[in-house]
Write a new protein. Structure first.
Length: 440
């Protein structure tokens, strides 16, 4: 049985027990073999199971061990770039498609939660994008205007500075963007619950079963694992930022993304009146900085607060958590003394165009990955699209299926490259905040 260590997170502390999942042994034969038991892989398995197509899921570590079991659990109804800015690059028609996909992504999670009766606290408490400068607020206003004019969508609205103080309980933003459709989940309970439901529906899932090699032949693909093999008609690769960890990936797939650490701290329970003043509506918040902070309140009045993790190549640098604690204290001075109870990190997969990608490496091998820090909803909808792709259906995911997804040049130099980019972004963020303070 699988027993890989998960990070010491709030989710692990409060999570439901892990489903009992065996290690693969012997040789198996199946229509579709899915590599990776996170949101992408399990959503693909769920949708294939609904279509009556036999699938097997194999996971190198444990169900939800990757980003899916350790993220912020926030489902924002927007992409990293705003709709108005996406429309400038891709035009209104493509942007309307992207606008529909992001809503479908949250709906997909909601449908899975309800169909599988997942105990993961899914709630649409709304998403706030918090502007750190007037220029960023103006860009959010352009987004709202684009949504209303081009997509007939008037659900989102702009929040003034004083509304932000009421909504967030922090006085550091010039305004914000609010969309009531944004949602939150307990991500580990979602991924564990979904794996349990799939096993009950007869989908085999194997943990601590890393795929070491894919061998493509005329009749299918053979997956080689330490405990056995799988002969599959088709393969789905759903390994996202962990694609490089086991060296199995064909066609330089691991070089098409850059894996970047993201780190999180979780406070002790905030007692008394102070709890009511922080995010009283339980909104999900992410700010507009290049190196963004994001946060949400959890049911027992603990606050999780995340940001960019280590960029030195180390996996758990203590100075990253110290910086997050400083940022938390600057954002919410009234709870600066509450103390931190969990610190953890995970990897996100960054792409050149800031969009995830779905496609095929060959007629028998499909993939979806590259969500950046926005995969909770998107990985679920791309998992659904993967199930359609392997059934031979055409998938229109806008730039996610149309843009090139080639290996990134000079990938071997990604760590120094990321360090340079991160310093530039830190400079831009600090400059915008300084200018904002001067103009106030
Ligand atoms: C700290 C953190 C916070 C985040 N917060 C948010 C958020 O609030 N909102 C949001 O939208 N997004 C967030 N994200 C991003 C989001 O979690 C991911 O985009 C999403 O979980 C990706 O899901 P996935 O299934 O594609 O990949 P993963 O969940 O990473 O799963 C990939 C799996 O593949 C397995 N694997 C790798 N190689 C092999 C192999 N050879 N054989 C078998 N298995 C293999 C790995 O062990 C892993 O479990 C966050 C990410 C992190 C790290």
């Amino acid at each position: 049985m699988a027993s890989t260590q998960h990070p010491d997170s709030y989710w692990l502390e409060t999570g439901n027990p892990a489903p009992v999942v065996p290690i693969i042994s012997g040789d198996q034969k199946v229509d579709v073999a899915i590599i990776g038991a996170g949101f992408t892989g399990l959503s693909a398995a769920y949708h294939l199971s609904r279509a009556g197509i036999p699938a097997i899921v194999v996971e190198a570590e444990d169900v939800g061990w990757g980003a899916s079991g350790r993220n912020g659990g926030m489902l924002p109804p927007r992409y990293k770039k705003g709709f108005a800015s996406i429309a400038k690059t891709y035009g209104n028609e493509t942007t309307r498609r992207l606008h529909a996909i992001i809503r479908e992504a949250i709906d997909t999670v909601e449908t899975i939660v309800s169909d599988c009766a997942l105990d993961c606290g899914f709630a649409r408490t709304g998403q706030i994008t918090a502007a750190h400068s007037d220029a960023h607020l103006a860009s959010l206003e352009r987004d709202c205007a684009w949504m209303a004019a081009e997509a007939g969508d008037r659900a989102a609205r702009i929040l003034s500075r004083s509304e932000m103080i009421d909504e967030v309980g922090a006085d550091i933003h010039v305004g914000g963007w609010f969309d009531p459709r944004g949602a939150g989940i307990h991500p580990l309970n979602y991924v564990r619950g979904l794996a349990g439901a799939l096993r009950k529906r007869g989908v085999p899932i194997f943990a601590r079963s890393p795929v070491r090699r894919l061998v493509e032949g005329p009749d299918g693909v053979r997956l080689e694992l330490p405990g056995g093999t799988i002969a599959a008609r088709q393969v789905v690769i759903a390994t996202n930022a962990y694609t490089d960890t086991t060296g199995f990936a064909p066609d330089g797939l691991e070089r098409r993304i850059v894996a970047v650490n993201t780190s999180v701290i979780c406070t002790n329970s905030i007692g008394g009146n102070r709890a009511g003043a922080v995010l009283p509506g339980r909104r999900m918040v992410a700010d507009t900085k290049h190196i963004m902070n994001w946060y949400r309140m959890l049911p027992d009045n603990c606050l999780i607060f995340g940001g960019r993790g280590d960029i030195t190549g180390r996996s758990d640098d203590p100075s990253v958590y110290a910086k997050l604690e400083r940022q938390l204290a600057e954002t919410f001075p009234a709870i600066a003394d509450v103390g931190v109870r969990h610190r953890w990190s995970g990897k996100i997969a960054v792409t050149r165009d800031d969009f995830p990608h779905i496609g095929r490496l060959s007629p028998r091998v499909a993939y979806a990955m590259g969500y950046g820090g926005r995969g909770v909803a998107l990985a679920n909808v791309l998992g659904k699209y993967l199930a359609q792709l392997v059934q031979g259906e055409r998938v229109d995911a806008g730039p996610m299926s149309a843009n090139a997804f080639d290996p990134i040049p000079f990938h071997a130099f990604r760590i120094p490259g990321m360090q340079i980019v991160a310093r530039w972004y830190q400079y831009l963020d600090a400059k915008a905040i300084r200018e904002q303070e001067r103009s106030a």
